[in-house]
Design a binder for this molecule. Structure first.
Ligand code: NAD
Length: 270
């Protein structure tokens, strides 16, 4: 327990979209590993503040910061407020994302743009700010071997096409190349950049897919490991990627999907 608790000791992180689902679990797990956490939320202040209170009660450090990751000024303010509170920023977990699903013939330009703005442009705005801050921070007294860590939240749909979700799949496909290109560009600065690609994780974003037994049974056919994922499954991986244990890992996507990306249709000899 002691070794685990110190994994991110003296680190500070910003986790976007941390008032629910995967982001909330990541913020909580990072705090449990010793990290000071800026809990970003977009519109739900209450669960963000409850999480902060829980972390502080357990002896950790956390603050809640409202910001829309698709707005440049909001993102700069998010980093300013986190840096003011904690002195430095070592880790960005760029987790925010939404779905606005429709078949292409019915998809409005607004819903195309909103998903691209939040799921892809939001990655750009947050990562750009993180790189600027990581480069400007003093090189001595770093808590980690790296000069900073960026974790982007992708999806199995960075590679699996998804009819009826073309805005989402296009954004996540973009996150894939964004992550690899950024990793290549900033590796010589000592900055590590990796993506996490969850499969089906039980959160508000996909409630329709797990709420009824019928839908869940349908979903489980796509998951060779035979269960839906929990936010904690992703959070553990994020803690590892942020820590020095992953010091030689950059430019990769870690799939956390119970085998969903393994072409389950071919399980029975194709
Ligand atoms: P969620 O809906 O609980 O979380 C999404 C978070 O993003 C919410 O907290 C929301 O407030 C925040 N958000 C939305 N718009 C924002 C904005 N403009 N600025 C800042 N924050 C904003 O769902 P989740 O499943 O926890 O999703 C988290 C991430 O994981 C998303 O990027 C999603 O695409 C990805 N993902 C989820 C699954 C899954 O099965 N749940 C699978 C693959 C990828």
């Amino acid at each position: 327990m002691a070794a685990k608790a110190s994994r991110l000791a003296h680190h500070t992180a910003i986790v976007t979209g941390a008032s629910s689902g995967i982001g909330l679990a990541i913020a909580e797990a990072m705090a449990a590993a010793g990290c000071a956490v800026a809990v970003n939320y977009h519109s739900h202040a209450e669960p963000a503040q409850e999480l902060v209170d829980r972390i502080v009660e357990q002896g950790g450090r956390a603050i809640a910061i409202q910001a829309d990751v698709s707005k440049e000024a909001d993102v700069v303010r998010l980093f300013d407020e986190a840096a003011r509170a904690f002195g430095r920023i070592d880790v960005l977990v760029s987790n925010s994302g939404i779905q606005k699903d429709a078949a292409i013939a019915d998809l409005s330009l607004d819903d195309w743009n909103t998903v691209i703005d939040i799921n892809l442009t939001g990655q750009f705005l947050c990562a750009r700010e993180a790189v600027r801050r990581f480069r400007a921070q003093p090189t001595s007294g770093r808590p980690a071997r790296s000069a900073g860590v960026i974790i982007t939240m992708s999806s199995v749909h960075e590679t699996i096409p998804w009819a009826g979700h073309i805005n989402y799949a296009s954004a996540k496909g973009g996150v894939h190349m964004f992550t690899r290109t950024l990793a290549q560009e900033v590796a010589s600065d000592g900055i590590r950049v990796n993506a996490i690609a969850p499969g089906a994780i039980k959160t508000p974003i996909n409630r329709d897919a797990w709420e009824s037994n019928e839908e869940l049974t349908k979903l489980l056919r796509l998951i060779p490991y035979g269960r839906i994922g929990e936010p904690g499954d992703v959070a553990k991986a994020a803690v590892w990627l942020a820590s020095d244990e992953a010091d030689y890992v950059t430019g990769t996507t870690l799939y956390i999907d119970g085998g969903m990306s393994l072409y389950p249709e071919f399980r029975d000899n194709g």
